[in-house]
Ligand binder design. Structure first.
Ligand SMILES: C[S@@+](CC[C@H](N)C(=O)[O-])C[C@H]1O[C@@H](n2cnc3c(N)ncnc32)[C@H](O)[C@@H]1O
Length: 433
C-alpha cells in the first residue's frame, strides 16, 4: 500500500516544477521509498482519467459505503485506477483494509465503468481522453455579431443538459459562471457550422473567458486597454461585453506576426469598429497619453503550464524551471506595474494560463508589497466581485507575507487543468477608488 500512500501526496500537489521532477526529487531526498518511475506513471495516468474515476467513485458511493476503512478520495482514485484501468486490474498491495474496501466493490465499480463507456459510446476510456484536448469544448456567443437566441436556434438539434459532467455528443450545456458561454462535447461538429464560420460563436476555454467577464466594462462608459492581446480571444470578448461600442478597446501586441493574427480575429468577430490595434510594446507607452482609459486587461506571456501538452519539458531540471519562472515573473510584475500607472484606471485584471504560484499569487504579493503600487491605491478586489460561486480560489499559503492572506486568496480564481473542465488558469482583479 506504500506505493498508493506515496503517490497520493502528488495528486493534488500544486507546487511548482514538473510532476516528474517533483517525484524524482522526493525519491532522491528519501521522502518516498517506492520506485519513482512507478509513482510517476500511476499519478500521471490517474490525473489523466481523474474526472471519470471520480464520477465512478461517486456513483458507487464508495467513500460512504467504506467509511469505516477510512478510504480517502485521493487513495480511492489511485486504487480504483489500478483496479479498472491497469493491465490485469491488479492493486499492488498485499492484504490491506483499503485494498479490501475497494475489492469489495469491484463488481459495482466495473458496472459503473461499463455504463460510463456506453453513455459516451466508446470502447475504452482512452477514447474519451484525447491527450491534447479539452474535456469540454467551450464557446461563447459573439454579442458583437449576434444574439444568444439566434445561436441557440442554430443549435436546436442539441439537447440541453444542466451539469458539465452530463455533456456528451448531441448535448449542450449553458455555463453557470460566465454569461453567454456554452459547452459541448469536444467531438461535436462545431467548426463546420455556419455560426462558427461566420464568427457568431467563438471557441474559447471557459477559464480564458474569466478575465473579460471579471473586468465587466460598461458599454458607453469604459475604455479598456488589452495590454497583451494576440491572438485576440479576450480582446474580442471585451468587444462583445462592450456591445461593440465604437473605439472602446485598445489592443496592444508586441509581436508583428501575432498582431496580424489579432487583426484577423477581430475582423472575423466583426469587432474592428470597437477595437483599435496597436502593434508595439505596451510597456513603452506613456500612460499619461491615455487619460480616458478606465480599465486594463493584462494577460502576459507565461509558462503556459496550464495548457495540455505545454509548459516545461518533463525532463527539464528543477533549476532551469525555477530560473525560467523567475524571469517570467519578473516580466509579469513589470508589465502589471506599468498598467497600474494609467492615471484614470480603476480596475485591472491580471491572468495567466499557468499553474505555478510564482507567476500567479507571488506576482500579486510582489505588487501589493510595492510602495508605489500601495501609494497608487491598488488593492485586490474581494471575492464577491470575482465570480464568487467559482469554488477554486487562490492558494492562501502564498499570501502569508500580507496582512489579509485569506481575503487576497479568495479574491483570486484558479482552475486545475482538465479537472475543472478545461485549461489551468489564474485570474485576479485589482481596483482602486
Ligand atoms: C498569453 S498571450 C495573450 C493571449 C490573449 N490575451 C488571448 O486571450 O488571446 C501574450 C501575448 O502578449 C504579447 N506580449 C508580450 N509582451 C508584450 C508587451 N510588452 N507588449 C505587448 N504585447 C506583448 C505576446 O507576443 C503574446 O502574443
Amino acid at each position: 500500500m506504500k506505493l498508493y500512500y506515496e503517490a497520493s501526496r502528488f495528486l493534488d500537489d500544486t507546487k511548482s516544477g514538473s510532476l516528474q521532477n517533483r517525484i524524482f526529487a522526493a525519491a532522491r531526498d528519501r521522502k518516498i521509498q517506492s520506485d519513482p518511475k512507478h509513482v510517476y506513471a500511476l499519478v500521471l495516468s490517474t490525473l489523466k482519467y481523474r474526472p471519470f474515476l471520480a464520477q465512478i467513485i461517486r456513483k458507487c458511493k464508495l467513500l460512504e459505503l467504506e467509511k469505516k476503512s477510512k478510504l480517502t478520495q485521493p487513495l480511492a482514485l489511485l486504487l480504483v485506477h489500478d483496479l479498472l484501468l491497469s493491465k490485469g486490474g491488479r492493486i499492488h498491495s498485499k492484504h490491506h483494509p483499503l485494498k479490501d474496501a475497494v475489492i469489495r466493490n469491484k463488481t459495482r465499480l466495473h458496472a459503473e465503468l461499463t455504463k460510463l463507456k456506453l453513455k459516451h459510446g466508446v470502447r475504452t476510456l482512452e477514447d474519451l481522453v484525447e491527450d491534447d484536448d479539452t474535456p469540454v469544448r467551450w464557446f461563447r456567443v459573439n454579442l458583437a455579431r449576434t444574439t444568444k437566441d439566434a445561436v441557440l436556434a442554430a443549435l436546436a438539434h442539441l439537447r440541453r443538459v444542466d451539469c458539465v459532467a452530463d455533456i456528451q455528443k448531441g448535448t449542450i450545456y449553458h455555463d453557470e459562471y460566465v454569461a453567454d458561454l456554452f459547452g459541448v462535447h469536444p467531438r461535436e461538429a462545431l467548426v463546420s457550422l455556419p455560426i462558427y464560420q461566420s464568427g457568431d460563436v467563438i471557441i474559447q476555454d471557459r477559464a480564458s473567458c474569466f478575465p473579460a467577464f471579471i473586468l465587466a466594462p460598461k458599454p458607453g462608459k469604459d475604455k479598456i486597454i488589452d495590454a497583451c492581446a494576440a491572438p485576440g480571444n479576450k480582446t474580442t470578448h471585451l468587444a462583445a461585453i462592450l456591445g461593440n461600442s465604437p473605439d472602446s478597446v485598445i489592443a496592444f501586441e508586441k509581436n508583428p506576426e501575432r498582431a496580424k493574427t489579432l487583426h484577423k480575429m477581430c475582423e472575423k468577430a466583426g469587432a474592428l469598429g470597437c477595437i483599435r490595434i496597436q502593434q508595439g510594446d505596451f510597456t513603452k507607452t506613456d500612460p499619461n497619453e491615455y487619460p480616458d482609459v478606465t480599465g486594463l486587461l493584462v494577460d502576459p506571456s507565461c509558462s503556459g503550464s496550464g495548457i495540455f501538452g505545454r509548459g516545461f519539458e518533463e525532463n527539464d531540471t528543477e533549476e532551469h524551471t525555477q530560473e525560467r519562472l523567475k524571469k517570467l515573473a519578473g516580466f509579469q510584475v513589470a508589465i502589471m506595474k506599468h498598467a497600474m500607472r494609467f492615471p484614470n484606471a480603476k480596475k485591472i485584471v491580471y491572468s495567466t494560463c499557468s499553474v505555478h504560484a510564482q507567476e500567479n499569487e507571488q506576482v500579486v504579493v510582489d505588487l501589493l508589497l510595492d510602495s508605489t503600487v500601495r501609494a497608487q491605491g491598488w488593492r485586490v478586489c474581494s471575492r464577491e466581485d470575482v465570480i464568487p460561486s467559482w469554488p477554486r480560489r487562490g492558494l492562501v499559503e502564498e499570501f502569508s507575507a500580507l496582512d489579509d492572506p485569506q481575503r487576497c486568496a479568495d479574491g483570486c480564481i484558479r482552475t486545475v487543468p482538465r479537472q475543472d473542465g478545461g485549461i489551468g488558469f489564474f485570474a485576479v482583479a485589482f481596483e482602486r477608488d
